[in-house]
Design a protein around this ligand. Structure first.
Ligand code: SF4
Ligand code: SF4
Length: 281
């Protein structure tokens, strides 16, 4: 619906937009996250200090021997959180601190426009830093020929969410009618308010619990958070995913597609209002 478009999958810890958009990769980049510890077997005297101090149980006594000791210590790179304590306290300077390549990110072509997305390794940290790189690239591409920039963020209020929201004109907060949504909506809205980002809320699958939907809407109203609409539950959304399509493409006449079109109209008019109130230079 948003055309012309650059879409960024900012939910790098559980990215899934590629499943629906079938991207053809045009550019590949390496993502270097935070450093990880590595013990140099030739220098380690197996004193055990690093194992004693590591709060993440990342050090094992199963490294190769070196002529002085039969076994040295070894760091498990998956468990290492890169805190640097072992580097600081090893009296033999046997621990190196090496920036780790923990993912890749891409610029792709899709049938709906350009897409910026990533493949982060399991347990890799620093996802906020990766999201910031993706968003920056998306912004650059969108600015080049005046495209919409649509960032699909992750749930919650953590570092990747903050990185997704930075510089946004509008946040579309999507909730489902569950008890936890009442609390989560408040937290995300507080976050947007803190960063001065305009926000609207949409309730997905509203009809699975109409009374909670009403509670969420009244809570939003009390907080002066405008509603962008309701989207009904419809199994054709999952059917569309099986065909690697959005539901609007798969079944344009479905009620859920109408809900989504109306939601997009509301989002556009909110953006237009903002633009006329404070036009960008
Ligand atoms: S503190 Fe240094 S010398 Fe001691 S076990 Fe760890 S790496 Fe080896
Ligand atoms: S850097 Fe921190 S987490 Fe990693 S092995 Fe050393 S003490 Fe453990």
């Amino acid at each position: 619906m948003a055309q012309p478009l650059v879409v960024v999958d900012c939910d790098v810890d559980a990215s899934n937009l590629h499943l629906a958009l079938d991207p053809r990769i045009q550019e590949r980049h390496v993502f270097v996250g935070g450093p990880k510890a590595r013990i140099k077997p030739g220098h380690c005297v197996a004193c055990g200090k690093c194992e004693e101090l590591c709060r993440f149980d990342a050090v094992y006594f199963d490294g190769p021997g070196n002529g002085r000791v039969p076994r040295t210590c070894r760091v498990d790179p998956v468990a290492c959180e890169g805190c640097g304590v072992c580097v600081r306290f090893c009296a033999e300077s046997a621990v190196e601190f090496i920036p780790a390549e923990t993912g890749r990110w891409f610029v792709s072509r899709t049938r709906v426009g350009l897409m910026v997305h990533a493949d982060l390794e399991p347990t890799a940290g620093n996802s906020g830093k990766l999201v910031q790189q993706l968003r920056q690239k998306g912004r650059e591409l969108a600015a080049r020929d005046g495209r919409w920039l649509l960032c699909d963020g992750s749930p919650g209020i953590g570092c990747p969410v903050i990185a997704s929201l930075t510089g946004a004109d509008l946040a579309l907060i999507v909730v489902e009618p569950t008890c936890s949504s009442l609390h989560d909506l408040e937290r995300v809205e507080d976050l947007c308010r803190h960063f001065g980002i305009d926000a609207v809320v949409a309730i997905n699958k509203w009809d699975i619990n109409p009374s909670l939907t009403e509670q969420i809407e009244s809570q939003a109203k009390a907080r002066h958070l405008p509603s962008a609409g309701r989207v009904r539950y419809d199994p054709s959304v999952s059917e569309a995913q099986n065909w690697r399509k959005s539901v609007v493409e798969y079944d344009p006449a479905a009620g859920v597609s109408q809900d989504l079109r109306s939601l997009w109209d509301t989002v556009q008019s909110r953006l237009r209002q903002r633009q006329s109130a404070s036009p960008r230079p």
